[in-house]
Unconditional design. Structure first.
Length: 366
């Protein structure tokens, strides 16, 4: 879909660090304000698009993905005019030195570069060594602290890696913030198409905030909507690059991943296990409609879906991911074919879902 690729490009070009998703909220609101029965944002920024049911007291289906991206925030301004920064989300430190960034200030966007010690003066034991976040600094060309303030930059301003959208061979595309703007492009296309359908359930599409910072931005929306079914869309590492080959079977270009487990790390309590009956139903849809898919088991990955059951134990959850190379780097790579197949899976599910379907384990005791 050319339209979907256009949306991917436009969405990834926006600035939208955790807590600073305003540009993305405005973009999606303008696209959808005349397409849904209801649209609103809550006080923290979650944007909810609702399509009414043709039946009274019907079940509620929620699809969701997050608007924010990993980035930095200004921590301190040196007397020399350089900016000290702190990570906002788990941005990949290895990719930052030498990159071009944009700082959202009170007088507009200011361009800067992340400083790196001149190669000619590197000591032998410094070569090939990545520094720490504490040592990161940004050069905006300012000559003093006062000059920085004159440019509208203060501590607390968000810092985003500059967008650089590229089309690669074999229908692959690259830019910052594919996590999670690429899946949002699929949800946007889905919202535009599903408005033509008569639904016998209420459909909520939620574009959430602050996933990269605390992974819980979706919680107020879940509490308010009280969904019967919730499907999260996100990305997952593609294990086909030389440094990850063989770690997992999930690779780019072979369809979206249906999540069977993700976990933030060994020894932590943060992880997600889906409703297996519901995941099996998603697989059934794929097989019957020739939609390629993969089974995802990912250690080191955690998405918002993990926290929904803390808010509402009745909700049946599922998770669908787009295989992505170089996650949390400025050059994340996805396959447009994978994204289109995610769209097909979600659209087919919405077309075929019936409120009479039951997936919860409470059915075992009836």
């Amino acid at each position: 879909m050319d339209k979907m690729k256009k949306y991917v490009r436009e969405l990834t070009e926006l600035q939208g660090n955790s807590g600073y998703e305003d540009e993305v909220i405005k973009y999606l609101y303008e696209k959808l304000k005349n397409k849904a029965d209801h649209i609103k944002a809550d006080s923290i920024g979650n944007l909810t698009v609702k399509f009414d049911s043709s039946r009274e007291n019907s079940k509620k289906v929620m699809l969701f993905g997050h608007m924010d991206e990993v980035g930095l925030v200004v921590r301190k301004i040196e007397n020399s005019g350089f900016l000290r920064v702190e990570k906002l989300g788990s941005v990949n430190l290895n990719t930052l030195p030498g990159s071009v960034v944009e700082i959202a200030g009170s007088k507009g966007t200011v361009t800067g570069v992340v400083g790196v010690k001149s190669h000619h003066y590197l000591k032998p034991d410094e070569k090939g060594i990545i520094g720490s976040y504490e040592k990161l600094y940004v050069d905006i060309g300012a000559v003093s602290k006062e000059n920085v303030y004159e440019l509208g930059i203060e501590p607390g301003n968000p810092v985003t890696v500059k967008s650089n959208f590229n089309e690669l061979a074999n229908n692959l595309v690259s830019n910052k913030a594919m996590d999670d703007r690429a899946p949002l492009a699929a949800l946007l296309c889905l919202a535009e198409e599903i408005q033509k359908e008569k639904l016998d359930y209420e459909l909520y599409i939620v574009f959430s905030v602050q996933e990269e910072f605390n992974i819980r931005g979706i919680m107020p929306a879940v509490k308010e909507i009280n969904p019967d079914i919730a499907i999260g869309v996100d990305v997952t590492p593609s294990c086909d690059t030389p440094d990850l080959a063989g770690y997992s079977d999930v690779v780019i270009g072979k369809g979206p991943g249906i999540t069977y487990m993700n976990h933030h790390g060994r020894g932590t309590l943060a992880g997600y296990l889906p409703n297996r009956k519901f995941s099996a139903y998603l697989e059934k849809i794929c097989r019957e409609n020739n939609i390629p898919f993969q089974r995802e088991v990912a250690l080191g990955v955690l998405t918002e879906t993990a926290y929904i059951l803390f808010e509402n134990a009745k909700t049946v959850t599922g998770s669908i991911s787009i295989p992505t190379r170089y996650t949390h780097a400025p050059v994340e790579v996805i396959s447009m074919e994978d994204l289109e197949n995610m769209y097909k899976l979600l659209y087919t599910f919405l077309k075929n879902y019936s409120p009479e379907m039951e997936f919860g384990k409470d059915q075992l005791c009836k």
